[in-house]
Design a protein around this ligand. Sequence first.
Ligand code: ATP
Length: 384
Amino acid sequence: MSSIELKNLVKKYGDGFPAVNDISLDIADGEFMILVGPSGCGKSTLLRMVVGLEDITSGELDINGKRVNDLAPRDRNLAMVFQNYALYPHLTVFENIAFPLRLAKGKHSDNEIKQKVNDAADMLELREHLERKPANLSGGQRQRVAMGRAIVREADAFLFDEPLSNLDAKLRGQMRTEIARMQRRLGVTTLYVTHDQTEAMTLGDRVAVLKKGVLQQCASPRELYEQPVNLFVAGFIGSPPMNFLPARVEGNTLKLPIADVELSGELAEKVKGKNAVIVGLRPEHIKDASLGDNISHGVPFKAVVDVTEWLGNEQYAYIPFDSDPSLQGTLEELDRDLDGEGMRTQMVVNLDSRSRVREGQEADLVFDPSFMHVFDPESGDCLT
Ligand code: ATP
């Protein structure tokens, strides 16, 4: 069993704003946990606190139920898995994997080392490559050698800090699959830092989303996507991102820039008393009405398409809209928080490749209001 428990962890550098602000997380045995967020949100600091490279200002860190705040990194039995630059080019794969065992001088006999390296190589499908040098391996194989080192040490957990950030897109995709496959096979508890939401969504059993040192939501990728707790998580998770439409509330009517939506039931209750809200709509929940796909209770609207992008299996249409200037404040702030990835006064629609929507022409579109996310414009919290 290897669990990691973060209890109210705080990290302050000097007198400034805490880089990590009261974060609590339980990482279960065998779980693949992702820390994700934009640059400066504190994810690397948090990982470094776990591995022991940063002091903990306050809070408690437990590994397998034991407090380790004051243990040196080497005594925490965690393995940082680095990208290929951490392999020794002059050593064979065998010697690279054996390295941590040789380092513990006299602790392991030659036979023992051989056994452990061979076992790790079997698990990682590296047996045929043990005599090669790193230069003669593919990127994926090098990644596995790096994991092999962590395995022979019998580390309680693997920690990754943005291991794929320097790779081109194709290799990054391959390596992502490789890491996922190996982690599932080995069942090792894993903590993985990335700023890339695709990596987070595809790799993680659970994903912890951080903003300015504060944990926003920790949930499965599906839950983050379908039930984001606030505007920040909604805007960060998903590519292309969720559309945000400021809307006035008039009685039971939501007046969106593209259409009016009549509210009933629970949602009507939740927006009662508010003058305005921000409505989130994922690009795939807006359809081309002319294709005749049946959306019961769909809200139809017409819009002029600015730009289309055809990708073969799908296409994106970009549609500008006029927004109420008095509602832009929250969205501009959110735009800054998301490094400019989210808000603009345009929406993106992910259309079926059959759609004949054209640039510069008016399109008949429809969306299903049951997929709307409704946010409080002041707090950014999701009301639905
Ligand atoms: P990135 O993706 O850019 O690496 P991050 O989310 O990993 O960002 P951290 O590197 O953890 O963020 O930094 C969190 C905050 O702490 C930032 O505001 C950063 O400037 C600050 N910080 C990090 N290391 C130090 C340090 N040694 N001294 C002072 N401030 C620091």
